[in-house]
Design a protein around this ligand. Sequence first.
Ligand code: ARG
Length: 563
Amino acid sequence: MEFKKVIVELLSNIISDFPENEIDELIEIPSNSEMGDFAFPCFKLAKIFRKAPNMIAADIGEKIGSSDYFSDIKIVGAYVNFYVNKKKYVESVLGNRDAINGKLDCGEGKTIVLDYSSPNIAKPFHIGHLRTTIIGNALYNIHEHLGYKCVGINHLGDWGTQFGKLIVAYKLWGSKEKIEKDGINELTNIYVKFHEEAEKNPQLDDDARAWFTKMENGDEEALALWQWFKDISLKEFNRIYDMLDIKFDSYAGESFYNDKMDVVIEELDDKGLIKISEGAKIVELEDDNMPPCLITKKDGSTLYATRDITAAIYRKKTYDFEKCIYVTAFDQNLHFAQWFKVIDKMGYDWHDKLIHVPYGLVSMESGKLSTRKGKVIYLEELLNESIEKTKQIIEEKNPNLKDKEEVAKIVGIGAILFNDMYNNRIKDVVFSWDKVLNFEGETGPYVQYTYARASSVLRKAEYDSKGESINYDLLTDDLAFNVVKTLQRFQGVVVDAAEKLEPSFISRYVVDLAQEFNRFYHNCPIIVDDMELRNARLEIVSIVRDVIREALRLLGIKAPEQM
Ligand code: ARG
């Protein structure tokens, strides 16, 4: 941004021993604008100049002179506070719409691999999987906005001993018709029955292991059944992905690595990392204060970690990633720490480009479980319930709305997503309908409503951006100016969100923007007779609308034109 550059120039004339990029990094935006629009703290300079920070600030104050970019430069303690020339500032921000929310290029030429959603075949898609799905999707969009090439991988849980169990269960108690009809629910039923029966009859476990070994050896019957379970599950998962409008670039799940693990196990062996323990192959991680990483069981079958190690090596070769990001609940922290360490021990210097992004759990507000099954909250039911409830709210608030169904879908789904991504991801989410669907709180519906309001004003005024002909002098009052300052923050927020892998930065930001905009909107009539003033205010409305839409889009949430 132009203004920061001018500050760097002004300062580097005085403190020429201090590198310009470091000056740039130190510049802050005070949260209280009485302390200036930008501030430069002198604490870091104290060591170099061997002087107290406030003395340095005072020195700078004497030498800095003036610039037409700033209406005032004041020294307060150890800070140099800069007050911008408001007209110039507003013009420089609003005059370059593309810079406000256009795609950036900091990621150009680099690839980010994102591993997210990754549900397990034959198991229900529950509310925990919602978080990995939408956080992963948001991180994908955020990185793409920064110019990275992104590869979204759904690492399906479609391999492992549980499929041996499922085959045994199917052969003993399964009904083809029932499974075709009830899908994952019925697969879960027979899977649960397997566990009940296996407690009484351990032979069942041996049978299951034998069937999984058959799968690993390419047995036709075993693989046909497995493929069928997979097709049935994917049909249900895809229904949810369609509802959320989420796509993946690859569905290479755990089974994809079946024929790629042998060489990796050999490599581990050649590098002297494998130890045999009670017939199993393990990598010791004692020095790293972790339990050993299990590579094969004593019957030779592979594990979750074996497939992750193999997948990482494959992905590095295939995509040459800058980062490979894994989004799962925090209860897998140890799993990732262990096999990341194994990659390190194998001598791969890219081990630090593997990044686990953990998140907290979701629970329902006590006593208000909405689903039949009790503990497991099925996502599809939850989304449908939200759409239903939203429909009722619309029916009360705005019964004549066009496309009620479509709007209810956008708002109902958006509300759940927004709620899920509003807090730092590591925090647990307590789900409460009153909070999620509150149109006035810090919620998805509130932001969407602000968007719809802005759209409606622009429609009424038949406004088409006037760009250069705007009189920016008319937007220097506090209310308009605060909106402009908030707009200017957007790109920095996206950069920070990528760096910290935190979609919540974007949701917090867009609530700020909506609040700031609503203050402006309620106090400054937009469609006034004075056309110069009207156009200036409409220009703000139009840019705010674009930025809200882009922020929501990054979060995977749609913006309704009316609601
Ligand atoms: N299928 C796993 C689960 O549902 C998540 C997989 C995460 N990705 C990975 N590469 N391990 O818990």
